[in-house]
Design a binder for this molecule. Structure first.
Ligand code: NAD
Length: 445
């Protein structure tokens, strides 16, 4: 058997290709343009590290699309960052912003480094040098970074400060989101990705994605990744009445079928640096966690965790993708066959960028909104977006023959269209919206 394609950019393009088949009127030239990033910047720089040696680092920033607004997307610090990973993540940002209807395009950045092996001082120097190298490629109206894997609010404060030093005399707060509250951050941003995921799950359940559950109350949940997304998800799903049966970080996983108290897990992780050894739990492997019998599995770590080679072992009935790109097309095929419903990343984790948008609006207006206000706005957006994707799913699956006939009429292949899953429904919504705006703006010159 051939090894499955795991290049995230190839996967991201393939997801678009599948969606495009259900948009027969889509202009092929526009679609080819939308699949590719507008630009990718590579910067290389030296840092005099705390160890006394000079190390060289490579950083990337991709802007996928600015058709619907400024580029928007996180900065990742991880040893496995590659140009194609950054390209893929930038394109998923474009589709995500379109799915939730916020006026941003898609971008992403990363520096190839291992934050766990670097001192706080080294990381500060990497951030300042990376941002100064990017120069005017980022800006409040052009491309706006945010936190991602390996970066946090402290990193965003440094991004802001570095940019501010280079651009005195104007309001620069909107150059980056996910900042600390007292430097223009938004209340509710830290939990927004997880809260958005909870809202999507609650809405999808109320719309019948599981035959025997209409709310999170009593659902058993396993979460892979215990950082910004997964750590807050544990707390919020627990508060919503779910039973958290397993958690993992990069060092291992813990399991307790009777339920884990997320507050104790956070305390243990803060004290020991890992989840392993949490009182009342059995230590299991990360692979074991993905195969646990539970209602809901939440991948909240990295790409390609659920693949053609391990998807068959998954016993969860519902998957909420808080991570970007955790499921490969091979795994999607298995999940469709096993009737496991996947709430796709470009919808499921869009709460983060939505509250980033609110932060940017507050920065531009010099305002600070109440957390209740932020959360209420987030709920409206996530509920509407979830309905939009579920409605599109039903609409397309109810008109497969008509769409197939239209494809033939327009000279595309006449192969019968297969029923779609929610991922393809979300991509159809997004690609259609970005294509429409691109054409309305006109192809320049
Ligand atoms: P983070 O660095 O805060 O946390 C990542 C977590 O994943 C850590 O607990 C790490 O130990 C764990 N991890 C890494 N490899 C693992 C493995 N193989 N098995 C189990 N755990 C593993 O990062 P984050 O910001 O929470 O981002 C996680 C995912 O969510 C990424 O895909 C990111 O792109 C996506 N995301 C984040 C945001 C956000 O607002 N931070 C928004 C949207 C999407």
């Amino acid at each position: 058997m051939n090894a499955e394609e795991l290049n995230p950019f190839v996967i991201a393009q393939r997801q678009c290709d599948v969606a495009a088949r259900y948009l027969p009127e889509l202009e092929p030239g526009v679609f080819e343009f939308l699949k590719r990033p507008d630009k990718l910047i590579t910067v290389e720089f030296p840092i005099a590290t705390s160890s006394g040696e000079v190390h060289n680092f490579v950083g990337y920033r991709a802007v996928h699309s600015r058709a619907r607004g400024p580029g928007k997307g996180g900065i990742r610090y991880h040893p496995d960052v590659t140009p194609d990973e950054v390209r893929a993540l930038a394109s998923w940002m474009t589709w995500k912003c379109a799915v939730v209807g916020i006026p941003f395009g898609g971008a992403k950045g990363g520096v190839v480094c291992d934050p766990k092996q670097l001192s706080e001082r080294d990381l500060q120097h990497i951030t300042r040098r990376f941002i100064s190298e990017l120069g005017d490629n980022i800006g409040p109206a052009t491309d706006i970074p945010a936190p991602d894997v390996g970066t946090n609010a402290r990193t965003m404060a440094l991004v802001y400060d570095t940019y501010e030093v280079m651009h005195r005399g104007q309001n620069n707060l909107g150059v980056v989101t996910g900042k600390p509250i007292h430097i223009g951050g938004s209340l509710g941003r830290d939990k927004a990705t997880a809260r958005g995921g909870l809202l999507v799950t609650q809405r999808a359940l109320s719309r019948g994605v599981l035959s025997d559950a209409t709310s999170c109350d009593g659902l058993s949940v396993a979460i892979q990744g215990f950082g910004n997304s997964g750590g807050h998800a544990a707390t919020l799903f627990h508060e919503a009445g779910a039973r958290i049966v397993a958690l993992s970080d990069s060092r291992g996983a813990v399991h307790n079928p009777h339920g884990i108290d997320p507050a104790l897990a956070h305390e243990h992780k803060n004290d020991t640096g890992a989840l392993a050894g949490l009182a009342g739990c059995t230590d299991i492997t990360n692979e074991d966690l993905l195969a646990l019998s539970c209602d809901l599995l939440i991948p909240a770590a990295l790409e390609n965790q659920l693949r053609g080679d391990n998807a068959d072992a998954v016993q969860a009935r519902l998957i909420l993708e808080l991570a970007n790109g955790p499921t490969t097309p091979g795994a999607d095929t298995v999940f469709r066959a096993k009737d496991i419903c996947v709430l796709p990343d470009i919808l499921a984790n869009a709460g983060g960028v939505t509250v980033s948008y609110y932060e940017w609006v507050q920065n531009n207006r010099n305002e600070q909104w109440d957390e209740e206000d932020v959360n209420a706005r987030l709920e409206r957006i996530m509920t509407k977006a979830t309905d939009g994707v579920i409605d599109k799913h039903a609409e397309v699956n109810g008109s497969l023959e008509v769409l197939t006939a239209r494809r033939e009429e327009l000279g595309h292949d006449g192969d019968p269209l297969e029923p779609i899953d929610l991922r393809t429904a979300a991509f159809i919504v997004a690609v259609d919206r970005v294509a429409q705006v691109t054409l309305e703006r006109g192809i320049w010159p």
